[in-house]
Design a protein around this ligand. Structure first.
Ligand SMILES: [Ca+2]
Ligand SMILES: [Ca+2]
Length: 500
């Protein structure tokens, strides 16, 4: 087991005496937590080697003193259900929160549910949230229960061009579906303001209590706007494009299309027809490098503070992102491009500069942070602490990583395989060790289904059972099977529109 940082347990009376004698000592008896979340960031970061061109020096520096999970996956490939899962410690199949609505506090059974920051608050921590941690403005306007002690600024785009930079996009020309550069300053971006707030909090922390500071960045979520200097890192003519062989979806079940049936995120055929594939990849990379620089500002502030040596840092993204692979852009799929995320832990007692390829789930964050802080295992959470892997990254984990996009659609991923099952029984299997891009669905042929029957049988046993249906108030990107067909956002899917 790892050594716990600065954890000294005194009797209450002794602690009173000690706290008087060390009143000026800034080191609390439990580690502080700095939790950094990045929105819609796939594995295109240096520590995960997901893109050969990407420049993320701050994440690389963090990884140098951290354990990087190279096989970490979200529990839902969409903001609200993924973040609800992280913060409640429950799978989407247990909350019924699968779409961008509802906010889980509107559900009577979760009104008093103790979230990750609330758990730390209950154990004497000063809790702060700035930027995007919960989805949208969820939690910010609520009355009781209070989600944290201090709210910082919410995430925002910041400076915007006067009009969209790309041609009108399908399905309503959504204002967020945009990318490119225009004259503005880094300081005018929402993420700059969130980073500045976090730096200020670290520099002026007055509390004698340990802190749990959550900082959520918005980019590289669309619109992917960044200043010219970040675009200059990625010249368009020498850009490495992600692999997207034509016909890649000819061996995937038609049901795979249900998961992203009708979305504002353009599909690859539109991007190609409008000469937007390379510009999107470039803008996404530029946005990643900008947000990396803001992570760097916060980590530098921590490094220069009295808390440098007694703070656990954890960094995650809520899900991945397609940039043309498998005929789509955006999230809402059960392939690695949507489910694989950065998950990096650093701090006292955590191994340095190593990678762990064991399957990890964002669901594991809650019990892991509790365990690292020396707190009891929280009641009812469904994750498993990663503490054994943080001290010895070769420690095996039995449970694969499971991702869900609406009831009945799941992927199950271990150190070698990805198995996917859709609500109509459609299935895929990839030998990820041999086929990291998941090109070859091994269950597309009768022979493959026979050859890999035992692998499927083993992985299928991990599919969630007793799945909750859609929670009251569910909306936006919801999918359900009814007696007369499959419904996307409460409209029946027209099977004749499934791409060939
Ligand atoms: Ca997101
Ligand atoms: Ca294929």
């Amino acid at each position: 087991m790892i050594a716990r940082p600065n954890l000294v347990f005194f009797s209450t009376a002794l602690w009173v005496t000690m706290s008087v004698s060390i009143a000026a000592e800034p080191t609390p008896d439990r580690p502080n937590i700095l939790m950094i979340a990045i929105d819609d960031l796939n594995d295109w970061v240096e520590p995960l080697e997901g893109h050969p061109d990407v420049k993320t020096p701050a994440l690389a520096k963090l990884a140098h003193r951290a354990v990087t999970f190279t096989n970490a996956h979200c529990q839902a490939p969409l903001c609200n259900p993924s973040r609800t899962s992280i913060m409640t410690g429950l799978r989407p199949t247990s909350t019924g929160v699968y779409g961008l609505a509802p906010w889980f506090r509107t559900l009577p059974e979760f009104k008093a549910h103790v979230t990750l920051p609330q758990y730390f608050h209950q154990h004497g921590y000063h809790t702060l949230i700035g930027g995007k941690i919960f989805h949208g403005a969820y939690g910010r306007n609520g009355k009781a229960p209070q989600e944290c002690d201090v709210w910082g600024p919410n995430a925002s785009v910041g400076a915007k061009p006067e009009q969209k930079l790309i041609p009108p996009t399908p399905n309503g020309n959504h204002p967020l579906m945009d990318w490119g550069t225009f004259p503005h300053r880094d300081q005018d971006k929402g993420d700059w303001q969130v980073a500045s707030w976090a730096v200020q909090q670290i520099e002026s922390m007055q509390e004698e209590k340990p802190f749990f500071l959550s900082v959520g960045f918005f980019l590289p979520h669309v619109p992917c706007y960044a200043t010219q200097k970040w675009f200059d890192l990625y010249p368009e003519d020498s850009l490495t494009m992600p692999p997207m062989p034509s016909g890649d979806r000819s061996d995937t079940p038609k049901s795979s299309w249900y998961l992203h049936w009708n979305l504002p995120e353009p599909r690859t055929d539109w991007l190609a027809a409008n000469d937007q594939l390379r510009p999107l990849v470039r803008a996404y990379l530029a946005s990643i490098s900008f947000v990396d620089s803001q992570v760097g500002r916060v980590l530098d502030a921590l490094e220069n503070s009295p808390y440098a040596d007694n703070t656990i840092v954890v960094l995650w993204s809520d899900h991945g992102y397609h940039l043309g692979e498998k005929s789509i852009s955006g999230k809402n799929s059960l392939w690695a491009r949507s489910t694989r995320v950065p998950l990096i832990f650093a701090g006292p007692g955590i191994a340095a500069n190593v990678k762990c390829n064991q399957p990890a789930e964002l669901l594991d964050l809650y019990p892991t942070l509790a365990s690292l802080a020396g707190l009891p295992r929280p009641n009812g959470v469904q994750g498993i602490s990663l503490e054994p892997q943080l001290s010895d990254p070769t420690t095996p984990r039995d449970r694969p990583a499971i991702c869900t996009h609406n009831a009945g659609n799941h992927s199950v991923c271990d150190t070698r395989w990805r198995y996917i099952r859709y609500l109509d029984g459609g299935e895929e299997l990839y030998d990820v060790a041999q086929d990291p891009n998941e090109f070859d669905n091994l269950l597309a042929s009768e022979a493959g289904r026979a050859e890999f029957a035992s692998v499927v049988h083993r992985l299928r046993a991990w599919l969630p059972k007793n799945e909750r249906g859609l929670a009251t108030g569910s909306a936006h990107r919801i999918l359900e099977q009814r007696a007369d067909g499959i419904y996307w956002e409460k409209k029946k899917i027209d099977m004749s529109r499934i791409p060939q």
